[in-house]
Structure formats: C-alpha cells, structure tokens
Design a protein around this ligand. Structure first.
Ligand SMILES: *Cc1c(COP(=O)(O)O)cnc(C)c1O
Length: 382
C-alpha cells in the first residue's frame, strides 16, 4: 500500500482517491494513463516502475491501491471482470485441489467451479450456507485448499458468518476466499474477519455506474499465492484497461455515500413489502425476520446493502409479469448501479436453476424511495 494518509477514515480516502494530486499539473482529479508500454532511459533502465500494461500500469495501480486500502489488504489486482479475477484465483490451486463452496452463490462463478470439477482440475463440495455446520463437515484437513464464501449470497441474500468460515478453513489448512461484491468496504471488511482473499465484481458497487466490467482480488498477505495470482494475470492477460481503471477510480469516490443511501432505501422497500398482500416473502438481511439477520448485523456494520428479493404471491407467470410492468425499476441483470434494476432471476439462470419461480431480484439505486415503492405497488397490482 502506498498511501501516506492511512490514518484517515476510509470514506475520506475514497472521496479523495487517496489524495494524490498530480505533481506536474496540480490537477485534483487523477490522470488517465492509457499507455500500453513504458520507455527506458539512456542507460536502458526503466524510467518508472512499469514495463508493459498487461503486467502493471499507473492507473491500474492507483485503482488497486484504493481497493487495498479500503479493504485493509496488503495488495489488490484489477482484472477485466469479476469472473476473470475468480478464474485467476482458481488457476493458482494445485491440480486436484479440494474446494468447498456454497450451494447458493453467484451463478456463473459456481458454473466455473463445476466446469473445473467436471474436467478433474479440482474436486468440489457444496455446503448449505443456511447451516454453517455443513461447511465444517465438508472441510478436509490437509486436503481442502480453498473455502469459498459469498455473503450476502445471490439471490436469496443468505448470510454467512465470515469469522466462523475462516476458523473452519484455517483449522483444515485451507484459505478462505470471500466474494464481497454485495458487501463492499463501507459495510464489511472480510480480511479483518479472517479472509485471505477478497473478490469483488467491481462492475457492481465499487464502480456503481453500470458503465464498465471489472474485477478485483485483494489479499491479506503478500505471500506466494499472491505472487502467483499476479503471474497468472500477466500470463493469461485478463487485465483491466486503463480507461476502465480510471472510471473505477471515479466511481469509488462516491462509494460510501452511494452504499449508505442504497442500504437505507432497500430497507424502506423491504419493510414496506414485508406482509404485503401480493408478496409471499421478502428476502433482505436487514429485516429481523431474515434468518441471517443477527450475523448480518454483526458483520455488515455500514448498512445491509441495496440488494433484496421479493417472492411474489402467485406463480412464475405472475412474477415475470411484475418484472415487465415496472416503470422506474429497469428490467435488466447486474446490480449495484445508480439506477434500480429488477430481474426474474430464474429466467436468466440455466434450466437447472434452483431459484424460486416467484423470486424477483431488486438492485436498489439512487432514485427516491417513494418512487420505487409506488412503482412496485403498481407493478404488483397488474
Ligand atoms: C456480477 C458478480 C460476479 C461476476 O462479476 P463480473 O464482473 O460480471 O464478471 C461475481 N460475484 C457476484 C456476487 C456478482 O454479483
């Protein structure tokens, strides 16, 4: 980490992009370096710390320093997407490594693990995160290399106790990786709870404006696996572009205020629709009725986030119809942006999806809570 201002609060560091005023021009906005390659001097020595942008580059390094600082990690690496970051991590696993991951997690990340398992690159066991003992039972001392947690988990927002999972992983000699996409640093710092690696789809909250795809890995320690992760990124080329890194830096400057507002509005929506005659259930960790509420209250210290799901009273057609009738919520996949999105999740996962037919996933943006609630009311009425 390179910031000299680490005594400041994370929201201050985020708002000022670590406070790096451009020394040449005095510009208060970080410069965008788009160079793919970096020159040498008369002695053929590199002028700066970078050689070639597949390996490292100034704007990427700046984005990485911000994420590492906010997560309290020893370093961060940006990738072209969240899944590119996840694939780089799995690439560092030993051949045949045993991996324990949740039954309910980001669909495509689990599809990647299943694919690796089918090809015998690793062996995979899935635990039920509503019952943490199932994780403990599956971890094999000396055999398990990676325990994976996603919390709150797509799209039911089940909450996993990160400290419990860290204990279970470490007691077996495994590392704990946490997908913190839906619980970014304003609310959860997984490393402080025992995580070894944190993943973000920076496409979502970190950037927050639905205008790029990016992924980040953050490490607790600058160890051999971390060196290997950098090597994998360099050798497979899944790096982020300079412009996307610059947009990501810009997005992260408002992360704390966005997340606070999104959490507040999501809670208002969840409370409004809990017990609503056309709603069979509301899944949101901020509701006392949510099974993960107690743990969420402990490890999500800056709000319960902007993601919730509504189980519509009816069948698959009722639910799909609601998703087509909203006028403020945009019917689209993804999450964490300034505009609210609604999605019939079952329709976008594969035919084997275990998501309830009647589940609508909501990503709450920055619109007024009144408009969002009124929009869902009229969509539910039909
Ligand atoms: C979107 C998402 C990912 C994948 O990230 P991409 O940037 O789309 O590749 C992984 N995990 C979670 C929880 C996500 O929401």
């Amino acid at each position: 980490m390179t910031s000299s201002k680490n005594h400041l609060d994370p929201e201050t560091l985020a708002a000022q992009a670590l406070g790096r005023i451009d020394r040449e021009t005095g510009a208060v906005v970080p410069p965008l370096h788009s160079a793919s390659t970096f020159a040498r001097d008369a002695d053929y020595a590199l002028i700066g710390p970078h050689i070639y942008s597949r390996d490292s580059a100034p704007t990427l390094a700046h984005a990485e320093d911000i994420v590492a600082t906010l997560e309290g990690g020893a370093g961060a690496r940006v990738f072209g997407s969240g899944l590119a970051a996840f694939a780089a991590l799995t690439e560092t696993l030993a051949p045949g490594a045993h991996v324990v991951a949740p039954q309910v997690m980001y669909y495509a990340a689990q599809a990647w693990l299943r694919r690796l398992a089918e090809r015998e690159r690793l062996s995979l066991d899935l635990y039920d995160q509503t019952d943490p003992q199932t994780l403990k039972a599956l971890v094999r001392p000396g055999r398990t290399e990676l325990v994976w947690v996603e919390t709150p988990a797509n799209p039911t927002w089940d909450v996993m106790d990160i400290a419990f999972a860290a204990e279970a992983a470490h007691s077996a000699g495994a590392i704990l990786g946490v997908d913190s996409t839906c619980a970014p640093p304003p609310t959860t710092r997984a490393i402080s709870l025992g995580a070894d690696i944190v993943l973000h789809s920076a496409t979502k909250y970190l950037n927050g404006h639905s205008d790029l795809t990016a992924g980040v890995l953050v490490t607790a320690k600058d160890d051999a696996r971390w060196v290997d992760i950098h090597a994998v990124r360099n050798l497979t080329g899944g790096v982020l572009g300079g412009f996307e890194a610059w947009l990501l830096i810009r997005g992260m400057r408002t992360l704390f205020v966005r997340f606070a507002r999104q959490s507040e509005t999501a809670l208002a929506i969840a409370r409004h629709f809990e017990g609503h005659p056309r709603v069979a259930g509301v899944l949101y960790p901020g509701l006392a009725s949510h099974p993960g509420h107690t743990i969420a209250a402990k490890q999500m210290t800056g709000g319960f986030g902007g993601m919730l799901s509504i189980l519509v009273d009816g069948d698959i057609d009722t639910a799909r119809a609601v998703a087509t009738r909203t006028r403020v919520f945009v019917p689209a996949t993804s999450l964490g942006g300034v505009e609210s999105l609604i999605e019939h999740r079952r329709s976008v996962e594969s035919p084997e999806s275990t998501v309830a037919d009647t589940l609508l996933r909501l990503s709450v943006g920055l619109e007024s809570a009144n408009d969002l609630i009124a929009d869902l009311e009229q969509a539910l009425k039909g």
